[in-house]
Design a protein around this ligand. Structure first.
Ligand code: OXD
Ligand code: MN
Length: 622
């Protein structure tokens, strides 16, 4: 069979002539720059997916997992295991558009900027000829439900079949998207693992990547992402953090909506009343667990719309509505088990790509937290290939950031409205973090402006492990610090501007599941018992005004006994959970003030200075 070619490059699958004009121009540019050996236009079919997995198996990048249905396991080069914030850049004409200018002598922590000129140089150093000998896969995808006015299109060119397989899970991808796109605009994403053939040096663990030259660059003005050198996670599945959060929030600012690092759930109470809420926690603080919560209170049901990202805008009636732009879950494996998240465990039995977890001799997977589920007589090979790995070994069985990538529709508690093109109505916004001391289980902000302050001042204990270290609590505004794509001062300003006459502003809350007693023991059981806190929050959003809250210096806190504690396995210490130590909070206000004024400096909205003053004032009188 004679292959059709495009710009002299054979097209091994798909029909270039049927591509929308703008997509063709994009392809032409990428082909000329990257010089692939073949072009493959992805159709998103099952058959194509099988082909991708067969290629990956033949190349030694993934292996089948016969214990489950259609699941595979990938192991990366150990140097390519996580998002790399230090190599992630926003490129805008002026630096101040992208990041605030900190106070003199202060190192900025709110993103990395690159000038368009420097980015051009960086691109020229990396992309010309970077796909030599490889196939360029062209993916058309849609972030958000097909046909929703809130959804957006993307096109990604990539030379990684692993990325194709994962993007097919994480986004709506393929022919139906190309058909629906017509001449609509799309976010332009170019990705290369940075290993043209023939290789200059041998691959490690068969995983192509180029850690020395890794770069993830965003041009927010023109909706472009260029990612080089990494094949893993948010560095390469460009629909997720790069598009849905970084480019997404820049578009959202221009168009007057919000793109946030938030889960979305629907909660139905025993009376059958259902309300939706969104919650923002920093990475690895339990968003996926909360999104898939199994309620410990009888009669309550929690249904999942999304576990990581929410796109939200007010409709014509002034109701805030949210969609989940994603189509799958890219969740952290270690710690996930039948106690912490039985729903996730059920979800990942089929059609899942696991990455960097350990393998069992019966063709299954293993990670820290699954010890009790391990069948007798089974041996473990660690993610690094250590055979007969034993619990307690020096190195973990699975990488701490190992992941499952699975279609959302497989989740047994997926919300029936999760693909509603209109989005789901949001009544409450929750912020939170890991705060071992001083921060109560839950409080409600006094008003929208105070709620924005609560979001801007999110902090969380830096953790890669579950043990209590009592170490550094890091600021993470809106739980989005690694995903900010424009000046954090303007980000806060945009949130403030969302409050408009005619809009029903959701209430804003802060939760902390991670407070500890003086011996370092958690004060709150968490997991399924978090429904008790969600219940209080949603009662606060109800039109029936119950007498369940009281004013405190941080905001409204629950009146003693107003959170349903019936049936808790162990009693909790209410006073300790809601204690507001004055000395802690006076220091906290100083820290907040220093962080915001050091980092955001002249771009900090004055409303935040007023909130700092008011919080200090309330505590000084406490
Ligand atoms: C993620 C993250 O992968 O936030 O979702 O790091
Ligand atoms: Mn995330």
């Amino acid at each position: 069979m004679k292959l059709v070619s495009f710009k002299g490059v054979p097209v091994v699958r798909g029909n270039v002539d049927s591509l929308p004009r703008k997509v063709l121009t994009f392809l032409e540019h990428d082909v000329e720059l990257c010089q692939p050996a073949f072009i493959h236009i992805c159709d998103g079919s099952d058959e194509e997916n099988r082909l991708m997995l067969d290629i990956l198996i033949a190349e030694g990048i993934v292996q089948p997992l016969p214990k489950y249905e259609n699941c595979v396991l990938a192991h990366t080069d150990p140097r390519d295991v996580a998002r790399v914030e230090s190599k992630t850049f926003i490129s805008t004409e002026s630096q101040r558009e992208a990041i605030p200018v900190p106070k003199p002598g202060v190192k900025g922590q709110l993103g990395n900027w690159m000038s368009p000129e420097d980015l051009d140089v960086a691109i020229k150093k990396r992309f010309p000829g970077c796909m030599k000998g490889r196939t360029l896969y062209l993916l058309a995808y849609c972030m958000g439900p097909m046909g929703s006015p809130l959804s957006k299109f993307g096109i990604q060119a990539t030379d990684s079949a692993y990325v194709v397989a994962c993007m097919r899970i994480m986004t709506r991808m393929g022919m139906q998207v190309l058909d629906a796109m017509g001449d609509s605009d799309f976010v332009r994403c170019l990705h290369s693992v940075g290993c043209p053939l023939p290789l200059k040096e041998p691959l490690r663990r068969d995983w192509p990547c180029n850690p020395d030259l890794t770069l993830i660059a965003h041009k927010t003005a023109t909706n472009e992402v260029m990612s080089f050198g990494s094949g893993y996670g948010g560095n390469s599945l460009l629909g997720k953090k790069c598009f849905s959060l970084r480019i997404g929030s820049a578009i959202a600012r221009r168009e007057g909506w919000l793109a946030e690092h938030m889960l979305i759930v629907g909660v139905t109470n025993p009376e059958g009343v259902k309300r939706y809420l969104v919650a923002a926690f920093p990475s690895q603080c339990g968003k996926t667990n909360l999104a898939m919560l199994t309620a410990s209170l009888p009669g309550y049901k929690v249904e999942c719309v999304g576990d990581d990202i929410a796109w939200m805008r007010f409709d014509e009636k002034g109701q805030l509505r949210a969609i989940n732009p994603e189509n799958g879950f890219f969740g952290v494996c270690p710690g996930t088990n039948n106690k912490t998240n039985p729903i996730a465990m059920e979800t990942i039995q089929r059609n899942t790509v696991f990455t960097n977890v350990a393998k069992t001799s019966d063709g299954g997977v293993f990670w820290e937290g699954l010890e009790e589920d391990l069948p007798k007589g089974v041996s473990i090979t660690s993610w690094l290939g250590e055979e007969n790995w034993q619990p307690g070994s020096e190195r973990p069985a699975a990488h701490p950031n190992s992941r499952f990538c699975v279609p959302a529709c497989q989740c047994p508690t997926i919300d029936p409205n999760w693909e509603d093109p209109a989005g789901v109505p949001i009544d409450a916004i929750i912020f939170g973090g890991r705060r071992p001391v001083g921060v109560p289980l839950v409080y409600e902000s006094l008003n929208w402006q105070h709620g924005v302050f609560v979001g801007a001042t999110v902090s969380s204990e830096a953790t890669t492990a579950a043990e209590y270290s009592g170490h550094e609590v890091m600021h993470d505004p809106f739980s989005s610090r690694p995903f900010l794509s424009y000046n954090a001062g303007n980000y806060i300003g945009h949130w403030l501007e969302m409050e408009k006459p005619g809009c029903k502003m959701p209430k804003i809350f802060h939760v902390n599941w991670f407070r500890r007693d003086s011996k370092g023991k958690f004060l709150w059981p968490g997991f399924g018992d978090n429904i008790r806190v969600l219940d209080w929050i949603l009662r606060r959003c109800s039109d029936e005004k119950e007498d369940i809250a009281q004013m405190s210096p941080v905001g409204f806190i629950p009146k003693k006994g107003s959170i349903n504690m019936e049936g808790l396995e162990n009693p909790v210490d209410w006073n300790e959970l809601f204690d507001l130590p004055k000395d802690f909070w006076m220091t906290e206000v100083d820290n907040i003030e220093k962080y915001l004024t050091d980092q955001i400096n002249e771009d900090l909205p004055p409303e935040m200075l007023k909130e700092i003053q008011d919080l200090r004032q309330r505590f000084s009188q406490y």
